[in-house]
Design a protein around this ligand. Structure first.
Ligand code: DOR
Ligand code: ZN
Length: 346
């Protein structure tokens, strides 16, 4: 197989940041994807509809001319999110869910939810309006081992949310463990999951290979090889509740290469090619289009994209660094070789 043509894919989990960083990264995603769910963890976060619509306008203004990329906005849930915020957001054609960051779980999560029981009425409203809950599924109690946070979140929180709100539509984002794959499979059709290219391509050894490698540090952190293999198997399986979400999360070089470096991997530069690499290594492209372009849209109840995107087998080397305000941005797999390349029509 030397070329692939798929329905234009979508990225169901993306960080674009804000001006002037937004302008540096948005074209990478718009070149490859028709739509993306835009994470609301700005500082301050995107808490209400007005914030989301204003952020959407800034994204639209930052797009290269003539490009028909569509940002799908989400609200950032806090302890103070109101039922009225959910009602207004669910009536907007531009807002497609609300994101739960447990407070302290990751970048800009300080405004996140401190106690799930505070969100009872909000979850109820979301359930009633069919409004999607996007989950950063990691337990934050300091005594929980960093590699166990996803598993513990399933046991202590996700199970409870699903029991109390059985009709709530939930995307368990950036899953990293066999436990999460098994849990999603065993659940009913209201639970889906996104999988990133980096969690499909690296295990936790990558973070420590020959020294500490800050550009492989993200949250949830990469796990053991057996977990990576379970993720690959789920992605390649074509099962309709697993779909692409890059969690591409740019941070400047000094923010990454620091005594306390930020979590986040920038994969948007070549996300499509990285996913193609995964399916190629697995030796099975049968369900590539489902994972990239069908399953997520179906789960979100949105139409699949109209256009087509093509890739061809071609060895090329990723740049060592990309432009980013003042400093550089190091993409995932910087300076390394990939074997598939998007065919961009002039
Ligand atoms: O690695 C991560 N980076 N995980 C997240 O959940 C947030 C993201 C970011 O915003 O940098
Ligand atoms: Zn994220």
């Amino acid at each position: 197989m030397n070329s692939l043509s798929i329905i234009t894919p979508d990225d169901w989990h993306l960080h674009l940041r804000d001006t002037p960083y937004l302008e540096a990264v948005v074209a990478d995603t718009a070149r490859q994807f028709g739509r993306a769910i835009i994470m609301p963890n700005l500082n301050p976060p995107v808490r209400g509809c007005e914030d989301a619509l204003a952020y959407r306008e800034r994204i639209m203004a930052a797009l290269p001319p003539g490009c028909d990329f569509e940002p799908l906005m989400t609200l950032y849930l806090t302890d103070n999110t109101r039922v009225e915020d959910i009602e207004a957001a669910s009536a907007s054609p531009f807002i497609h869910g609300a994101k739960l960051y447990p407070a302290g779980a990751t970048t800009n999560s300080d405004f996140g939810v401190t106690d799930l029981s505070k969100l009872g009425r909000v979850f109820e409203a979301m359930q009633q309006h069919g409004f999607m809950l996007q989950l950063h599924g990691e337990a934050t109690a300091p005594e929980v081992d960093v590699f166990d946070r996803e598993k513990v979140f399933i046991e202590q929180s996700l199970e409870r949310i699903r029991r109390d709100f059985p009709e709530l539509r939930i995307v368990f984002e950036h899953i990293t463990t066999r436990d999460a794959v098994d849990y999603v499979r065993a659940a009913d059709t209201n639970l889906g999951a996104t999988i990133t290219p980096h969690h499909l391509l690296i295990n936790r050894n990558a973070i420590f290979q020959g020294g500490i490698r800050p550009h492989y540090y993200c949250l949830p952190i990469a796990k053991r090889e057996q977990h990576r293999l379970a993720l690959v198997e789920a992605a390649v399986s074509g099962e309709n509740r697993f779909f692409a979400g890059t969690d591409s999360a740019p941070h400047s070089v000094p923010a990454k290469e620091s005594a306390c470096g930020c979590a986040g991997i920038y994969s948007a530069h070549s996300a499509l090619e990285l996913y193609a690499e995964v399916f190629d290594l697995a030796g099975d492209f049968t369900h590539f289009e489902s994972f990239m372009s069908r399953n997520g849209a179906d789960f979100y109840g949105l139409p699949q994209n109209q256009g087509k995107t093509r890739l061809r087998r071609e060895a090329w080397t990723l740049p060592a660094s990309l432009p980013y305000p003042d400093v550089g941005l190091i993409p995932f797999r910087a300076g390394e070789k990939l074997h598939w390349k998007q065919v961009v029509d002039d």
